[in-house]
Design a protein around this ligand. Sequence first.
Ligand code: ZN
Length: 403
Amino acid sequence: MRILHPRFILTPDKILTDQAVAFDSHIQAIGPKEELVHRFPDAALFEEPEALVMPGFANPHVHLEFSANKATLSYGDFIPWLYSVIEHREDLLPRCDQECLNTALRSIVASGTTAIGAVSSYGEDIEACAKSPLKVQLFNEIIGSNPAAADVMYASFLERFHQCKKLESDHFKAAVAVHSPYSVHYVLAKKAIEIARRENALVSTHFMESRAEREWLDQGTGEFAHFFKKLLGQTRPVNDPQEFLDLFREVKTLFVHMVWANEQELKKVASMEATIVHCPISNRLLGNGVLDLDRIAPIPYTLATDGLSSNYTLSLYEELKAALFVHPDKEATTFAKELLIRSTKGGYEALNFEGGVVQKGAPADLQIVAIPQDLKDPEDIYLHLILHTQKPKAVYIQGVAHA
Ligand SMILES: [Zn+2]
């Protein structure tokens, strides 16, 4: 048992002052230090007068397999980026071996994240994720717009999903990712989602990330028309966006990006058990624009880094800074609080894990973060936390220190 006595505790909705938290794998009590020391005389006491305790972050969308990329891929515009992924995939994937995956996972923990949604296309990251201390939803991805290849793609997906199932534990769950409405044939998407429904697995899909996707799915035109004709000899989209969305009615889904979603689609998603995953850095670097947060209300949203295939970091602190600056119409102090709550409590809820809060009975997935010493108004802490933190001082998952 440990007792932490920081300057503040962010629950995260509330700021507690002069309170301590006692925990083993779970939070046992929150209260005045003297009371907790008396109640748990054998606990180790840690005084942190210049730091705060808050929940770890959840990063619900990351592609670990591309963690070897720094400057190989072409940023700036979505379709040229996609061509560069196809061109360099065979080189980038083997460059991210188990050591590279473990380094990426360790960097995620060190940056204060305690739960992730890892999208896996090839399955090479399954074992590393299962062994990591992180809480992981492992999204086994299905892709394939060509009906002739559907059986092969489905078999590969099923094999990976079952491999994951065997490794399931309290902190590692087998989940399903349907790549996108432009890249997965309707029948294939339906079959994968049916598995998720039967197994009660979480689902994730990229949806309306780019202008090119919007044009292709609406009219069969634009940059994707050229792309599909050239690469696959395909002249028509394989999904109607509305019909594609209807497939997700009976499963809990993370809709990733949604920057180019229209009113009708947002209305449909709002009627489902769904969360929007907002990746502002990835959207910026691939030229996809900015998600309109007012337009997507009342659908809950959370933040994610996407992979190192479209980001320079897997740190939520960087993502939150970017979010602050790409939404200049939002008042900074209240928006910082909203972002922090969505990235902890909101992200945990989206990932179906208990936690993301500092309250009695919750898993002790916590970070200790230094507070700027000249902080005057405690209410400003959310904003300054985002502005001034590169890394937390310590990270606990299930009460065990990992960074
Ligand atoms: Zn993605």
